[in-house]
Design a protein around this ligand. Sequence first.
Ligand code: SF4
Length: 411
Amino acid sequence: MEGEFHVDIGPQYEGEVIRKENLYIEFGGPKVSHRFELATVKSADEIEHEKVEIIGPDIGDLQPYDEEKGGGSYPIGILVDVAGGELDKDAEAIIERRIHMFTNMIEGWYHMNQRQDVWIRMSKECHDKGFASLRELGEIYILLYTSEMPIIEAIQVTIITDEKKVAELMPHALEVYSARDERARTLNDEDVDTFYGCVLCQSFAPTHISIITPNRIANCGAINWFDGRAAAKIDPEGPIFAIPKGEVIDAIKGEYSGANAIEADKSLGNYDRVFLYSAFEHPHTSCGCFEAIVYYIPEVDAFGVVHREYRGETVIGETFSRMAGESSGGKQIEGRLGTGLEQLRSPKFIQADGGLERIVWLPKDLKERFKDALEAKGLYDKVATEDDVKNVDELMEFLERTGHPWLKGEV
Ligand code: SF4
């Protein structure tokens, strides 16, 4: 696939990381407040096939990143609208997640995260080769979507960099993400005999496989069980596939013979067991796209959770990015679990270790976001945040003072 565009395209570029030294410009990421990507299934008459629209300044209009002055980070909204006789709403999350894979297939482009955390970088070499417009990015998306997903009969792509417009459209995207998560809460692992696996992140984390069950959303938070089912149906040869659940080996730890078999098959021989509901012994592998990390705090024999947006130090003195660096790459690390945030609402969230009742520290932001789940278990006032405690000694005092149920041995 060479010649039509300024850069090459192919799976060999997945895994290419663009660091600051090589950064020309970035869209989304932690330095901008508005960013999202959203796929929507529409009827054919709502779509102008192969149309690419850019709303806002293009690459050539924007200041690139400067090593001394910084900058070069801009808001982004990516809308992929598709139509096809066999497509329904179930396919939206899967089509949206392909933005990750397709961007990473472009020489000189790097895509991280998902949904409202999307973070895209373009390299200096890519710019030097003449890649100067987001229109080209949109055209490449259209080429890849139509060639890799024949179920798509019509597609249009809109890339928005105008901050006001991104801010205006983002609440709708957040509503769509919430509705997807809400739907997945209606089903439990006991109700199904098929789980789903995803290896999309193996380009960065070669031993990682996400195992997606009704009670376990993917690490990236972008693919739930319904999405996995839709993906496996649409593209049976693709990176998301069905896993027969097999025998229940341990219902509390979440060990299933089908999940173990796929772990052995897809982890380059590194692992042959996985506990879906525990952070110990054989925890799920962590890629690099996880929305949050569940981390063990030995002094209180309990866990904290920190999410990607939290910039400060956690109660153990480590930041999210430091922990992410140590925990990513597709490893099983006891006491460090990359996770999708929706997991905090799952009835099976680290259930073998005590579940939500074993969480003692959360960033304030996250505590508010999950207030209903914490209140339902009487934990809301008992979990510390960065405003309450600065270190583990203060945490111990806080937990004793508030009577956290885990420390009182009530769990
Ligand atoms: S985090 Fe997991 S589910 Fe999400 S894209 Fe990566 S491998 Fe797939």
